[in-house]
Design a binder for this molecule. Structure first.
Ligand code: AMP
Ligand code: MG
Length: 418
């Protein structure tokens, strides 16, 4: 197995086409999808460590499942070819076949054997009659004619053949995948190392929840939110704390983040104002693109590389920070993590609201589903954190103008579908 690190990202991977003023969301996403590649190395892990991990190589079955032909029911087994016409009466051989306990004799033609679910079919048996369909007595079993060859049995390898590719590279392992791996005799898998994401909040006004806040100060809401999101995505969050609006402090934090993490996620300071040090620093490093995306909510995103490590500079407003994380950072990080590009799964459902949307920007509203209809939060203010918590997903409105009336279909994306 390889322990090689993948090649670095290209320095211009976040460059936007020249001359474009506001980049449509789809165009911005297409650029990210085209240019980003996995940035994490691989490691072999045991199955008990593999849940939620991403396969760095396809997995091949070591063994067939089931390994032997066996019975799917409790009943009586015999050779189909030994049956005559009509109703049947077969003498029973001594002994029985049970799961894990192979019957090592041969069942002669014209005889039957007691057999229990999961037992390998003994030699001479290819068909099983259900115990509910027989009568027993005097060392014989009787049942009606008409049973089919191979009835109530499972063929060796009917589920998986040895050597089959059972899971593809890039798959995120589910509990059921672990069952598949175990049943195919696979106890270890090659997975990508978990993506490590450094989280930095920026702003002189921010203080930590649980501490005294002076007038003019606010509590840092983005860091706990971003940590939670990263945890749900299966990444490792590295908390680099709050950084004041100070170029030197931010540079130190970026240096540390680039040394420890695969991705840097910042919030605040991403526009082009005097105190927008995230964009200023990335500009200085020469690998920065200010992404003016036609998106609401979301002011410019600052995307860039710091010493080769991709930086997603999110807007400071918690609502915009969440939307930009879900719409841009989420699929981009998915690609960086080896999981591949991820398009959120949405559902077209009747609106429980009305709205007259102007052209120019794609819009995301905080929403939830109640009684089959999509409700939106009462305010679109991007500082309304309570609305984020109220919401269970987002409504995506198209770039162009739309007039939404009650019960028109709108695209609803539950948070867990990002
Ligand atoms: P900025 O993008 O830095 O201009 O910030 C935009 C708005 O979001 C300002 O009102 C900030 O105070 C607020 N803000 C920035 N970062 C955070 C944060 N971590 N938690 C809560 N609000 C924030
Ligand atoms: Mg700020």
């Amino acid at each position: 197995m390889t322990t090689l690190k993948p090649p670095p990202l290209r320095n211009d991977c976040f460059a936007l086409p020249a001359g474009v003023d506001w980049t449509p969301v789809d165009e911005a996403l297409a650029l990210l999808q085209e240019r980003l590649t996995p940035v994490v190395g691989a490691e072999r892990v045991d199955l008990d460590q593999a849940l939620g991990r991403i396969l760095a190589a396809p997995v091949v079955a070591n063994r067939a499942n089931p390994p032997h032909p066996n019975t799917a029911v409790d009943g009586y087994g015999f050779a189909f070819a030994s049956l005559g016409e009509g109703d049947q009466v077969l003498p029973l051989v001594d002994g029985r076949a049970a799961a894990g306990l192979r019957f090592d004799g041969n069942v002669p033609a014209g005889y039957a054997i007691r057999i229990l679910t999961g037992a390998a079919l003994p030699d001479g048996v290819d068909t099983v009659v259900l115990q509910e369909d027989v009568t027993l007595g005097g060392g014989e079993v009787a049942f009606r004619g008409g049973i089919k060859l191979g009835a109530n049995t499972r063929k060796a390898g009917e589920d998986v053949q040895a050597g089959d590719v059972i899971l593809d590279m890039g798959r995120r392992l589910t509990p059921a995948d672990l069952a598949l791996l175990a049943s195919a005799g696979v106890s270890q898998v090659d997975t990508y190392k978990r993506l490590k994401v450094a989280i930095v909040s920026t702003g002189d006004e921010l203080v930590e929840a649980g501490t005294e806040a002076a007038p003019g100060q606010i509590y840092d809401a983005n860091r706990p939110m971003l940590h939670g999101l990263l945890h749900q995505f299966g990444y490792v969050g590295i908390d680099l704390g709050r950084i004041a609006d100070d170029r030197a402090d931010l540079r130190t934090a970026f240096d540390r983040a680039a040394a420890e993490a695969d991705v840097i996620l910042t919030s605040g300071g991403a526009s082009a104002g005097d105190e927008d040090h995230v964009s200023a620093l990335l500009n200085e490093a020469g690998a920065m693109a200010e992404w003016r995306i036609a998106l609401k909510p979301g002011r410019p995103l600052a995307l860039g590389l710091w010493q080769g490590t991709p930086v997603f500079g999110l807007p400071g407003n918690p609502v915009a920070a969440l939307v930009c994380t879900l719409i841009f950072a989420r699929p981009a990080m998915s690609l960086l993590s080896g999981h591949g590009w991820k398009t959120p799964r949405g559902f077209d459902l009747p609106a429980g609201f009305t709205k007259n949307k102007k052209p120019g920007r794609r819009e995301y509203l905080r929403a939830r589903l109640r009684e089959g209809r999509v409700e939106v939060f009462k305010s679109e203010g991007s500082g309304r954190v309570s609305g984020l918590s109220w919401a269970e997903g987002l409504v995506e409105l198209p770039d162009g103008p739309v007039e939404i009336r009650e019960n028109d279909l709108v695209r609803y994306i539950p948070f867990e579908c990002f």
